[in-house]
Design a protein around this ligand. Structure first.
Ligand SMILES: *[C@@H]1O[C@H](CO)[C@@H](O)[C@H](O)[C@H]1NC(C)=O
Ligand SMILES: *[C@@H]1O[C@H](CO)[C@@H](O)[C@H](O)[C@H]1NC(C)=O
Ligand SMILES: *[C@@H]1O[C@H](CO)[C@@H](O)[C@H](O)[C@H]1NC(C)=O
Length: 570
């Protein structure tokens, strides 16, 4: 038990014993090696992901077609086409093995779902899902150091609801008799079929438990405003070993004392028989490292991915002006994890300084089932005034409707989690964008592109009161009143109700506001004259064009006229 990979393997093994695993149903199921990394085991024998879950490899597909049983038929197949039958690869050349017995051979095995040797005539090179450089099982020396200790927090065994997406949270207490650094962690996964990801959110500045401990509750209120991500795992990933110059401060007077562990369970088949008790093992040391670590989230909240598109990109930036405001000094980036959902194909996170870009995390081929933490053993320096930006590329050919930002697997995300030190130089944990607006513009400025949010969100301020009540009294639902038209014609030019600021205020009010129904009704009144306003615009344009270009724009005008007719019809 002397390195992280072994620990992880044992945790997975314990799991698999608790829940009869597919690996028990094939000979040597726990001993199939990685085809190109000595000493590493390929736990998910039937999957493209070495840790299981997600897309099945050719052997996994044959196993499934065969009703998940090992018999002569599956044994005699050569699933990966490398000239060796599945039986030969798994040490059962005569196809005699039955569950629980010892296979004829327990050494000299090979992988039944990966054609190898890669350079042989039969194989067409290395399959794209095999990563020979994968270092995620490498050992984490600090775990062995004297003084380092661990504790494991697992959910009590909990039924998984019969719905596609569940976010389930438990509030946990961390040791706080003195200062510790969290230096490494490992996932403890009990039900790989449902576990999509785990996030651990620190409750910063909280000295008393904000709710009941270790009670699984659907997230939402059970987040208790705990927001700082301090540990993350995604299906396919292993544990994390933090950069040796930093640790996450736990306990003592300043450190984190409570945290919320959130599991995302994915149950698209709506099965009712799943239970889960996954969790994490945390490695702590009282020998504090030179720096406290923090995590910053960047990305784009406003996603509108059109259906049926082969390649669609979005970016989210934490602008240069923003980093000046949220940073009190330089930071060092030690690791970055990109995050999208099922449509995500590639993602690029970068630092931009004076027009020059340095990559922070490049997933040229992004796979939702195999999240990668991009480590920088020589940390990358970020100065106040540098821009942090992420670019996401999606493929939506499988969809017939627009995909938007959201928590469900079928929704999308475009985020990057940046682990850095020292934590003290960063005033926030999030600098994601809404279209071109960085969130610092929303949080640290009162005047955002001419819109005074404080005033506009203060319903007792005379100016905002005038705006809200005028729309409510002048504008009707479903019909355009003349008095409304005159009022909203001007209001739609107001900095708080136009452009990216207007669209952000609208989306947040409608989706996240406390009085959603009222907000939706208000915006329906506000929009009741949009048809008329569009016609005004079109008429103005037409008269301009008549002057400038005669009748050259007739076809465009015809299209516009038709559109107007359609709009006014509805
Ligand atoms: C796996 O292989 C090791 C030696 O490589 C052996 O000790 C162990 O018994 C094997 N496990 C199973 C389940 O066959
Ligand atoms: C936790 O620490 C105990 C005692 O030192 C050790 O036996 C165990 O293997 C450790 N567990 C993990 C998951 O590291
Ligand atoms: C809201 O506006 C009123 C009237 O101008 C003012 O007295 C009050 O302090 C404002 N509240 C906030 C929270 O700014």
């Amino acid at each position: 038990m002397d390195d992280l990979s072994l620990i992880t393997a044992c945790l997975l093994l314990a799991t698999c014993l608790a829940y009869p695993s597919y690996r028990d149903k094939i000979p040597n199921g726990y001993n199939v090696s990685h085809p190109c990394i000595d000493g590493d085991v390929w736990d998910g024998v039937g999957h493209e992901n070495r840790r299981g879950g997600g897309v099945r490899n050719v052997f996994g597909k044959d196993f499934q077609l065969n009703g998940m049983v090992w018999d002569a038929s599956l044994c005699n197949m050569d699933s990966d086409g490398d000239g060796k039958t599945n039986g030969v690869e798994l040490g059962d050349p005569n196809c005699e093995w039955s569950m629980g017995s010892t296979p004829m051979y327990t050494t000299g095995l090979s992988h039944p779902g990966i054609c190898d040797p890669f350079d042989s005539k039969l194989c067409d090179g290395k399959p794209s899902f095999v990563d020979c450089e994968d270092t995620s099982n490498k050992k984490c020396p600090v775990v062995e150091e004297p003084g380092t200790f661990n504790f494991t927090v697992r959910f009590p065994e909990t039924p998984v609801p019969a719905k596609e997406t569940t976010y389930i949270c438990v509030l946990m207490e961390l040791p706080h008799d003195k200062d510790y650094h969290l230096v490494a962690y490992d996932p403890v996964i009990s039900n790989l079929e449902v576990m999509h990801h785990t996030l651990v959110f620190a409750c910063e500045g909280v000295d008393e438990a904000p709710g009941p401990l270790m009670q699984p509750l659907e997230c939402g209120d059970a987040m208790y405003s705990c927001r700082t991500i301090i540990a993350l795992w995604g299906a396919g990933a292993g544990g994390q070993c933090l950069h040796e110059d930093m640790g996450i401060l736990i306990g003592g007077t300043e450190g984190i004392k409570y945290a919320v562990m959130q599991h995302h369970w994915n149950n698209p088949e709506l099965r009712t028989d799943y239970v889960d008790s996954s969790g994490m093992t945390f490695h702590l040391t009282p020998k504090l490292r030179p720096n406290n670590a923090g995590v910053l989230m960047i990305g784009q909240y406003d996603l509108n991915i059109p259906p049926g598109v082969l390649s669609y990109s979005e970016t989210g930036s934490c602008h240069s002006e923003c980093t000046k405001q949220i940073m009190d000094g330089p930071i060092n980036i030690a690791s970055v994890a990109n995050h999208m959902h099922l449509l995500g194909k590639a993602q690029y996170t970068e630092r931009i300084r004076d027009g020059y870009s340095i990559p922070l995390a490049v997933d040229a081929v992004y796979d939702y089932n195999t999240p990668v933490s991009h480590k920088h053993s020589t940390p990358i320096l970020i100065n106040p005034g540098d821009e942090l930006k992420t670019t996401c590329r999606f493929e939506s050919t499988s969809r017939s409707l627009t995909t938007t930002f959201g928590d469900a697997t079928a929704d999308e995300m475009c985020l990057a989690f940046i682990t850095f030190y020292p934590k003290e130089n960063m005033r926030t944990t999030e600098c994601a964008a809404w279209k071109s607006l960085s969130s610092c513009e929303l949080r640290f400025q009162t005047n955002r592109r001419g819109c005074d949010f404080v005033k506009m969100d203060n319903f007792s301020h005379p100016e905002s009161q005038e705006i809200y009540s005028s729309v409510s009294s002048l504008c009707a639902l479903g019909t355009c009143r003349k008095e409304c038209l005159g009022y909203v014609r001007e209001l739609k030019k107001h900095a708080c109700f136009s452009g990216d600021v207007g669209s952000m205020r609208r989306a947040f009010g409608i989706n996240y506001g406390e009085q959603r129904a009222e907000v939706i009704e208000w915006y329906s009144r506000f929009d009741s004259c949009d048809g008329e306003l569009a016609i005004e615009k079109y008429k103005a344009m037409m008269s301009d064009e008549d002057i400038n270009a005669g009748a050259t724009y007739r076809p465009a005008i015809f299209v516009l006229t038709t559109m107007m007719l359609i709009i006014s019809f509805f």
